[in-house]
Design a protein around this ligand. Structure first.
Ligand code: SF4
Length: 407
């Protein structure tokens, strides 16, 4: 498996295989085919880390790696779990002119629209998929990296190839939002591109005689997102029959443009001046962040008290009721709704969860060793000027729980 940052091959017989490490399991049978991204989404810093100009591996090198997986990786059942990279479908795509590409200072080749200078011909990728699945011993090649669907719709042949041979029932794509306010701050395409892709996806799935579904991903609490935006997103989810299981809330990460919006309250995409420029409000407090996540999981009864209060405050009590046009019901199932809503993990099953280490309560290691003397107990008194070490209550997968209570 090549490291996505340097594309050098790491050994397949890693000591990690001795234990079960979910992240390793996920990438054991996947192959990076390229690095870089010209999408420029503001919440992501891959473009800053890996570059806007795509570096694609040679077909020979990729096919050789698949053969190596087939021949040398324990547990290989004939399924390559991914042929991708930061984006599934930017392999060998580039500006039509290297000279223009060198001088171009645009942040994205696909926002606000696909640049007319961008070559969107996916035939090199289609050829690679075909060769990969024709290799002896390879039964299936799946595509698990995110498909840039606005780009994919430029080449329907690619969508047909993807849908006919490389989708395992569900394809995850990331519109990230439905409303133009947050989408413009994210530098993501509007929902028109999603609808076009969905139409192609369904058409080619039907043509292939397969029942397949799109799973759209969304971000809550991104800079520039209002409560109304989240409400509209929840209504869209309900209208389209989606019930998100895992959702993510925006976290400011290093080098991302959205982080600059989050901290400065300004929009760097519109130019920053001392006394003018676009203001950007970011949902920051725990209450508002939880509410935004709760809108994404409007179907979870735990969130209904929070959502009822918010809808009443927003003057949208008309969405509370027991009909189809309502977002949430007016009744509450017994035993639910007392936990405080999204992000508060007081699980009905396990109660409050603590992260335990061998220093705070886990049994000794399998080999019987114990922590070195003096490291076994937490410090009884914190050092002056330092916060005491403590186990924290587990927050949401995206980290918006109590860990971030100091913000
Ligand atoms: S001219 Fe267009 S395709 Fe070329 S690098 Fe700039 S944005 Fe990308």
């Amino acid at each position: 498996m090549p490291c996505s940052s340097c594309l050098t091959l790491a050994p397949r017989t890693s000591p990690l295989q001795q234990g079960r490490i979910p992240a390793w399991e996920m990438i054991r049978f996947s192959v990076s085919i390229m690095r870089g991204c010209f999408g420029g989404c503001t919440f992501c810093s891959i473009t800053e880390h890996e570059g806007r100009i795509i570096q694609s591996r040679s077909e020979k090198s990729i096919l050789h790696e698949i053969e190596e997986i087939r021949d040398r990786t324990d547990g290989f059942t004939g399924v390559i779990s991914d042929l991708g990279g930061p984006t599934a479908n930017m392999y060998r795509l580039a500006c039509k002119s290297p000279e223009i590409e060198t001088n171009c200072r645009k942040l994205s080749c696909v926002h606000p629209d696909i640049c007319p200078n961008l070559n969107t011909d996916h035939s090199a990728l289609i050829g690679l998929y075909r060769k990969a699945r024709e290799l002896p011993g390879v039964k299936k090649v799946l595509i698990a990296s995110g498909v840039r669907y606005d780009l994919a719709t430029q080449d329907p042949d690619y969508v047909r190839e993807l849908v006919t041979h490389h989708v395992g029932g569900y394809l995850k794509i990331a519109p990230e939002h439905t409303e133009t306010g947050p989408l413009s701050k994210m530098m993501k395409p509007g929902m028109g591109a999603y609808d076009r892709f969905k139409a192609l996806f369904e058409h080619y799935s039907k043509e292939a005689g397969k029942e397949q579904y799109l799973i759209p991903y969304f971000i809550a609490a991104h800079p520039g997102t209002s409560d109304e935006d989240m409400l509209n997103l929840a209504l869209w989810l309900k209208r389209n029959g989606f019930r998100a299981d895992q959702v993510q809330a925006f976290l400011p990460s290093p080098m991302a443009l959205a982080t600059a919006m989050y901290h400065s309250g300004r929009n760097p995409l519109k130019g920053i001046h001392r006394d003018r420029g676009e203001q950007v409000d970011s949902p920051k407090g725990l209450k508002q962040r939880r509410l935004h996540k709760a809108f994404l999981r409007y179907h979870d009864a735990e969130n209904w008290p929070l959502l009822r209060a918010a809808l009443n405050r927003m003057g949208r009590a008309d969405l509370i009721g027991n009909g189809k046009r309502h977002l949430i019901p007016s009744w509450q199932p017994s035993g639910t709704g007392a936990g405080g809503g999204e992000g508060v993990r007081t699980g009905r099953k396990h109660g409050k969860q603590q992260i335990l280490t061998q220093h705070t309560g886990l049994p000794p290691r399998v080999d019987g060793s114990r922590p070195a003397k003096g490291q076994g107990k937490p410090a009884s008194k914190p050092l002056p000027g330092r916060r005491p070490t403590r186990a924290f209550t587990q927050g949401s997968p995206s980290g918006s729980g109590k860990r971030r209570g100091h913000r």
